[in-house]
Ligand binder design. Structure first.
Ligand code: NAP
Ligand code: MG
Length: 487
């Protein structure tokens, strides 16, 4: 790795107006490298470059298939370099190497998926009688501002950048201060694919400085944000002032309802991924399971065994696919998660296993299972963003649904049962943007993702997300002579 990473603006690598941000390896707390820290002027330069690209029509003049091929080329470039990128991502984000590899492959997949769709965005014609010909066309907003979280930095940038470029927007990306280093690969990928300078701009800076500068910039035309509710609300406020649309993908406290006929082996497999993948730093984490009282002991015992079977340590040592888990992203996040665990214990939750930090350098938290959690406890309502599962017992199906729907969030939800009726009735009643039946995280790049309630609005992923980046223009043509025959 290099020891200093610059920001990428209008095809140039630039220093940061606000100096540097030191980036640490969360698995040992050691300093990894410095990252240029953008200030207001750097953001302004990037937005102006993106605006210029849009005004000159550099992306919109192209035939969509050409743009699509370039987007796909970016993904191919990332795949070619996946071994290297994964190593760097593991060092800055603390996740196991095999998790980083999954993330890079997932990132590349976005460029493939959206690149493939560039030429499928078509308007329609609207009949207005013989005196008119009317049709619609979709046009990009112009400058797309994308504010990225640290939990899946590579995948999240890919998600919005691929869709933004496919639809002909020029993009300004504000990367997360905790793990911004691998983002330079997107600049290399854009250059490899032949995107004009200014189409892709990547800057790291502090949320309260660079993030605010970007989200409030009057020349930004559209905003995409993934992160916390508080920051999402602030960004939506800035978007409202400038009358620009924004898509918010915020947190969750997602629940799986386990019915008494569920296949418990399958449930346990979903749990391994649902709450321990990325050390639980997943907005759609399976952070609550709602279980029938008669299965409560069996499920909590088996969940405890699963948690204890995980080996926890630095991501770079965790090469093999499987039963291991990395660190949390920072001391701040680890201590926040730890404090939530301690409060759960004082509130009366029973600790099946975990709840402590690891006695070694780095920001590790034990895989943690709490049993006898009640819906009113903080641990049942607040997003931990760590490897912490709450088991909540229920007596009736109706109660289970009430508990599942009983938070401010509504990102995803799940049902485990062999009974199709029960599964479908629950799916209809769950207030969440995605419902998983018998497999947590079922779905893919193709399926629309986003929340109900405080989990945000708008959808990322899938074809639906393309509509975040385009606006409709209706063109009405008066044919022949004479006054319009207005109804
Ligand atoms: P955050 O503040 O929402 O950060 C997300 C992104 O927004 C980062 O790039 C951040 O910059 C930027 N940002 C922060 N304040 C901003 C502002 N006022 N205007 C514009 N941009 C701003 O999240 P966090 O503080 O890192 O994490 C806190 C909690 O958020 C976590 O514990 C978790 O519950 C939740 N979270 C959710 C997701 C998700 O996927 N839904 C992802 C991350 C975090 P900096 O990097 O400089 O902070
Ligand atoms: Mg922050």
């Amino acid at each position: 790795m290099k020891n200093y990473y610059k920001n990428y603006v209008d095809g140039n690598w630039i220093d940061g107006g606000s100096g540097v941000i030191p980036v640490d390896n969360p698995a040992n707390g050691e300093h990894l490298a410095d990252q240029a820290c953008a200030d207001f002027n750097d953001i302004d330069k990037a937005v102006k470059a993106a605006k210029r690209v849009h005004k000159e029509g550099l992306l919109t003049a192209m035939r969509p298939v050409e743009r699509g091929r370039m987007v796909k080329k970016m993904g191919e470039f990332l795949l070619q370099n996946a071994p290297l990128i994964s190593k760097e991502l593991t060092l800055e984000a603390g996740k196991p190497l095999w998790e980083s590899e999954i993330e890079i492959r997932g990132a590349a997949r976005y460029f493939e998926y959206y690149g493939n769709q560039a030429e499928t965005i078509e308007g329609k014609s609207i009949p207005l009688g013989e005196n008119y010909y009317d049709f619609t066309a979709y046009e990009p907003y112009g400058v797309s501002a994308q504010i990225i979280p640290w939990n899946f930095p590579f995948e999240m940038t890919s998600r919005s950048l691929s869709a933004g470029l496919t639809t002909g927007n020029s993009c300004v990306v504000k990367t997360a201060e905790n793990d911004p280093l691998t983002q330079y690969w997107f600049a290399k990928a854009a250059e490899y694919a032949g995107f004009p300078d200014g189409s892709v701009n990547l800057l790291c800076g502090l949320g309260k400085e660079a993030g605010v500068a970007l989200s409030s910039h009057p020349e930004v035309n559209q905003i995409v944000f993934t992160g916390s509710v508080a920051t999402g609300s602030a960004i939506a406020g800035e978007a409202a002032k400038n009358i620009v649309p924004c898509t918010l993908e915020l947190g969750g406290k997602s629940a799986a309802i386990v019915y008494d006929d569920a296949d418990l082996d399958n449930l346990l497999n979903s749990l391994r991924w649902g709450i321990f993948y990325n050390a639980g730093q997943v907005c759609s984490a399976m952070s609550r399971i709602i279980v029938p009282r008669k299965l409560q002991e069996e499920i909590s015992e088996r969940a405890g065994e699963l948690a204890k079977s995980l080996s926890v340590g630095p991501g770079s040592e965790r090469k093999e696919f499987g039963n291991n888990m990395g660190s949390l992203i920072s001391e701040l996040q680890r201590d926040r998660a730890l404090a939530l665990c301690q409060k759960a214990q004082s509130a009366g939750a029973s600790t099946v296993t975990g709840g402590h930090k690891l006695n070694r350098p780095g920001w590790f938290l034990e895989p943690t299972i709490f049993n006898n959690v009640t819906p009113d406890m903080e641990i049942a309502q607040t997003e931990v963003f760590g490897p912490v599962l709450s088991i909540i017992p229920y007596d009736t199906d109706e109660q289970a649904l009430d508990i599942a729907n009983g938070t401010d969030y509504g990102l995803v939800s799940g049902v485990f049962t062999k009974d199709l009726d029960r599964a479908m009735v629950s799916a209809q009643k769950m207030r969440a943007g995605q419902v998983f039946i018998n497999e947590w995280f079922a779905g893919g790049v193709e399926t629309p993702f986003g929340g109900y309630g405080k989990s945000g609005y708008g959808r990322e992923k899938g074809r639906e997300a393309l509509w975040n980046y385009i606006q409709t223009k209706n063109i009405a043509i008066r044919l022949g002579k004479g006054a319009a025959g207005r109804a």
